[in-house]
Design a protein around this ligand. Structure first.
Ligand SMILES: [Zn+2]
Length: 275
């Protein structure tokens, strides 16, 4: 849950660092300034920063100004805690604990991948953005794990998988732009596909592309079902990022969905099947 707590910091601050915060006077880094309420600037004490528990004790409000604190924070912490527990319980040999070096090394890829992909999902949903530091971080981590023999994919499979996934999706992206005249696939999405190709290996790339499209369709369907006014919401959000597109473009259903969560979900599913 403490790892989840740090992921909250990444999810909240990384876009501010990359896109610039509204308050330009304050320079953000992941470590500075210390945790504070964004409304009243009240410093969050260590006893108010205990994962999940503090949110429950404070009933989801700032101690000083009573501003509601999003339930996403404790949810991230709880989901991460559950994931780590699940990975621990799924260890075949109960003698191996995560606390021994070999136990930790064998499960490190699964734990790291989950944390990075979770951050990708939430940031992409909120900002239509996949930070390079996350997608390329996943890519390089995959190469290191592959060379270390911690992945099912051999190093050659990994390199070819990354190159193949990037090439195919880059062609799709460029082709779509030439034919339709506007972006159909984000550059961040192409990099995330490349990272997934590295982790899964060349053979899995066709499945990755297929499953990502299926997940994207399902997620889009679910969102449209629950948000009848999603057209309006997307037009507000995307106008901030893509001023090139007229409102009629968006209304005639040429609207954007964050594709990152779909890729991340397909990526994680295929990786779980593989191990
Ligand atoms: Zn406050």
């Amino acid at each position: 849950m403490c790892v989840g707590s740090f992921m909250n910091v990444v999810i909240y601050r990384l876009p501010l660092i990359l896109l610039g915060s509204e308050d330009n006077e304050r320079r953000f880094s992941l470590a500075w300034p210390p945790s504070h309420c964004p409304v009243c600037q009240g410093r969050i004490r260590f006893y108010d920063n205990i994962p999940v528990l503090s949110w429950l004790v404070l009933r989801g409000k700032c101690r000083y100004c009573r501003t509601p604190i999003s339930a996403v924070y404790p949810l991230t912490e709880a989901i991460t805690g559950l994931w780590f527990t699940g990975v621990y319980l799924s260890l075949n040999d109960p003698e191996i604990t995560l606390l021994t070096l070999s136990g930790l090394a064998s499960q490190l890829p699964l734990l790291a991948l989950f944390c990075l992909l979770y951050c990708v999902m939430v940031i992409d949903i909120r900002y239509y953005l996949i930070p390079d530091v996350l997608s390329l971080g996943i890519l390089w981590a995959g190469l290191v794990f592959s060379v270390s023999g911690l992945l099912s994919a051999t190093p050659i499979q990994s390199v070819l998988g990354g190159v193949f996934a990037y090439s195919v999706l880059w062609l799709v992206q460029q082709g779509y732009r030439v034919i339709r005249g506007f972006e159909g696939l984000g550059r961040g999405d192409v990099k995330l596909f490349a990272a997934a190709g590295v982790w899964l290996g060349l053979n899995q790339v066709p499945w990755l592309i297929l499953l990502s499209a299926v997940c994207g369709g399902v997620l889009y369907g679910v969102r449209t079902f629950y948000q009848k006014n999603s057209l309006l919401q997307v037009s507000c959000t995307s106008s901030e990022w893509d001023t090139d597109h007229s409102e009629s473009d968006i209304r005639s259903n040429k609207l954007y969905i964050p594709f990152g969560p779909a890729i991340a979900l397909a990526f994680l599913l295929l990786y779980l099947i593989q191990i």
